[in-house]
Write a protein that binds this ligand. Sequence first.
Ligand code: ADP
Ligand code: TYD
Length: 209
Amino acid sequence: MTTNKGVFITFEGIDGSGKSTQTRLLADHLKSLGHEVILTREPGGSTGAEEIRALVLEGDPDRWSAETELLLFTAARRDHMERTILPAIKAGKIVICDRFADSTRMYQGLSRGDLRAKVDQLHDLMIGQEPDLTILIDMDPAVGLARAKGRQTAEERFEDFGQDLQDKMRAGFLELAKHYHDRFRLIDGGRSVDEVAQDISKAVMDHLS
Ligand code: ADP
Ligand code: TYD
């Protein structure tokens, strides 16, 4: 991010951990302080990537092989980067993104066989961008899954992989946070919305200052 003026913040965590809720609150808070903020999400965040979103999030859990899925998520991310994220960063805005490449490192890299090396190679080849700051909302996978299931949407392909996947993802995200400790901030998501929001706000303000 050395050549850009803006700030790129991503949120990660298991399904139902509160990312969408907290990205919205953070965006509102930063806007109230006068920052220009773009709130976006993956998969999606641009017209083409939102079309790919429906392909990867709806339907049977075994609809795609792990490899095909990795290509689809990466294609969506490339479009999102070109059309939404990079222009906003270059214009000096704060980009808040609900999930990014760390989700691919976990969900495609770990969930079905060990594809992590391919995930990293494809990322280097086609994306090549890491966030400045990553907020990891950590919580009990059973609670996260119950919250996520409570939403009742058609986008349940990953939630339908069940609790084992959530357990694996939680452990994987905690490992990733240790590995990329410079940019990760770990937040305990098992508390009230306001308590979680306060911790996130503090971590982001520390980074901005
Ligand atoms: P994610 O985007 O990580 O899947 P959401 O923000 O969509 O998570 O939250 C999942 C569900 O849990 C939503 O119904 C939301 O209202 C609820 N929720 C979010 N944060 C909390 C919290 N701290 N305590 C209780 N419920 C929450
Ligand atoms: P999201 O809408 O953020 O789900 P949730 O709100 O339940 O956390 O993301 C949908 C699913 O997409 C989620 O289960 C994780 C998965 N996903 C991947 O498998 N790889 C990726 O690269 C991304 C961005 C998401």
